[in-house]
Design a binder for this molecule. Structure first.
Ligand code: HEM
Length: 553
């Protein structure tokens, strides 16, 4: 990379012959042509030509603006400048002068070092949970995300909002090749199974072997994917596969597994979980869509409507909850519906991102091979229920990082923006807001890690009973924290986060997407009631005798 002195940059101080250069964070940008497109205006930008514009730039933009525009505009760096894209250790050196080093913990710094902007184990706190393997994976996934999601995420979001477009299929193929789609399926469904050997699945990231991965790797995966603040992209990429593969890998017959598992894990084909209907959401036992055996017994004839089916618009397969028997939970089966004649989908516009591909699915006499039944007939309800702990835990990780992200956006903004002659962070009322956010984020993270530790260690057969209530309540805690943080970050950033896109864009979008976390996977009301009931039941199993006999919760 070319290096320049500030005197050399000063010569490029006009649009004319000598062109217009500016310095931000030690990097030199040629903004001559860009000035005409600059969303903040041409003059305001050219006034800074030939100068170090870092302070001015920081008043109006998040550094992420340069992740998007920087590579096209950068011509070099200032001599002896500390590059903004420095490695974490260098950032540490840059931020902490030698005298004020407080490094005592695990001695690993990663990412943003401002208080609570990353989980505490990224900021030199001791932790009993994380090892070198987790640290390596953290760096690997952040780098994958910065190459494959960050450069396009905002553009995809904007295009989806304006034109109803989706992320390109090539993203699935990339994620498949990298082993990420396979990791989405979760340890719950493949644990120590070697899917490469069984189905020709793609290898795991960094050459890891199945037995070397634990739930903390998975936690890091979901957490880091949330970092760019384009949750719609992640919901589009992950939801279908994450919430369907456990039934398929555990209950589908071998022939069906051999056909669908490799194409799904490589990203060639895509899938959606199909439970909710126009008439039934949380009330799963009242589902109405049916599957009836054909006269020759070779097919399921499927009829009915499903709604709010995430990823359904592009799905080749739908893992459906379908009524094969009488009323109630005992009449439901789990069947893989293929996109055959009779199956149609249309986009459902929601409060959240169109990139999730939320859909309405209509099935009219659709014929599905009889072998597409998962497990036993009428046993679908139990299969779907088994999935819930993992699904809710994924939502907790996403909400926890989502809360941290809006906190982080607001915190940096509060150090750039002045009101009444002071930076926002200098106002006690604003610091109080950050304190209230931080305590909730850190509590949620700690609870999440305790639960993750149980996932790693508690015998599998005990987990549904012992953890069901706890995970449900943690989901409630996480979605309330997200809602609170999105609100407080919006209040701090004011008009800038009331505006779509730009500096406050992540906060504005997160605020809109809260319901997309608080309703699916069990609404908050169901989480607190069912969570408490299940937790009490589990405590009875331990020997607690709280409920007088005859009382039914
Ligand atoms: C490489 C340099 C720069 C790039 C790539 C850039 C890019 C952008 C972009 C993309 C926006 C839209 C809002 C957002 O996404 O945050 C914006 C807005 C703006 N920019 Fe820049 N900018 C640069 C330098 C500057 C400089 C040096 C100034 C000087 C003061 C400036 C002043 C503004 C203003 C006032 C806005 C409007 C903010 C608002 O909507 O409230 N920009 N810029």
């Amino acid at each position: 990379m070319k290096t320049f002195t500030i005197q050399e940059v000063a010569e490029h101080n006009s649009e004319g012959e000598r062109s217009a250069w500016i310095v931000v964070n030690g990097l030199v940008y040629d903004v001559t042509a860009f000035a005409n497109e600059h969303p903040g205006g041409k003059k305001i930008l050219l006034k800074e030509a030939g100068k170090d514009a870092t302070a001015k730039f920081k008043q109006f933009h998040a550094d992420s603006v340069l992740t998007q525009y920087g590579p096209k505009l950068q011509v070099g760096k200032l001599v002896s400048a500390i590059a903004a894209v420095a490695k974490p250790q260098q950032v540490q050196e840059a931020i902490l002068p030698a005298k004020t080093k407080f490094i005592t913990g695990d001695n690993y710094l990663f990412g943003d070092l401002a208080a609570f902007c990353e989980p505490s184990w990224y900021q030199d706190f001791y932790s009993p949970y994380y090892t070198d393997s987790h640290r390596k994976f953290r760096a690997w996934i952040r780098s994958w995300v910065s190459q494959n999601i960050v450069p396009h995420g905002e553009e995809w979001e904007e295009s989806a909002q304006r034109h109803g477009t989706y992320a390109p299929h090539s993203l699935w193929l990339e994620a498949g090749k990298a082993g990420i789609l396979r990791m989405f399926c979760g340890l719950d469904c493949w644990g120590k199974r070697d899917l490469e050997k069984e189905f020709g699945a793609p290898p795991l990231p960094m050459g890891m072997r199945p037995g070397e991965i634990d739930y903390f790797h998975e936690l890091i995966l979901w957490d880091e994917l949330t970092v760019p603040g384009v949750q719609g992209v992640i919901q589009g990429l992950s939801t279908g596969i994450a919430f369907t593969m456990s039934p398929i890998l555990n209950y589908a017959n071998k022939e069906l597994q051999k056909r669908v598992v490799p194409e799904l894990l490589w990203g060639r084909k895509r899938i959606a979980l199909m439970i909710t209907e126009p008439h039934a959401g949380s009330d799963v036992a009242n589902l109405q869509a049916t599957a009836k055996l054909s006269d020759d017994g070779k097919f399921w004839i499927v009829n009915g409507e499903k709604k709010w089916i995430t990823n359904g618009v592009w799905a080749d397969y739908f893992l459906g909850a379908l009524r094969t028997g009488g009323a109630g939970m005992g009449g439901i089966s789990c069947i893989l519906v293929e996109r055959v004649p009779g199956v149609t989908t249309r986009h459902v516009w929601t409060q959240g991102s169109p990139l999730a591909g939320t859909s309405y699915v209509a099935m009219e006499d659709a014929k599905v091979p009889v072998g597409n039944l998962m497990g036993e007939l009428h046993n679908g309800f139990r299969i779907f229920m088994q999935n819930f702990n993992h699904e809710r835990w994924v939502i907790v990780t996403q909400c926890c990082r989502g809360s941290r992200l809006v906190y982080q956006e607001a915190l940096h903004y509060a150090h750039r923006r002045k009101t009444f002659g002071k930076y926002l962070i200098e106002h006690p009322v604003i610091r109080d807001k950050f304190g209230q956010m931080a305590r909730q984020i850190e509590s949620t993270q700690s609870w999440l890690e305790v639960i993750t530790h149980q996932f790693n260690n508690m015998p599998k057969d005990v987990q549904p009973n012992r953890l069901g209530g706890v995970v449900a309540l943690a989901k409630l805690q996480a979605t309330r924290t997200l809602e609170f943080c999105a609100r407080e970050a919006s209040q701090i950033m004011g008009g800038i986060s009331y505006t779509r896109g730009g500096t406050g864009g992540i906060v504005e979008r997160t605020y809109r997407e809260v319901r997309g976390m608080a309703i699916p996977g069990g609404s908050e009301e169901i989480m607190s009631d069912a969570g408490m009931r299940q937790a009490l039941k589990a405590s009875e199993g331990l020997g607690a005798r709280l409920v007088p006999s005859g009382v039914k919760l």
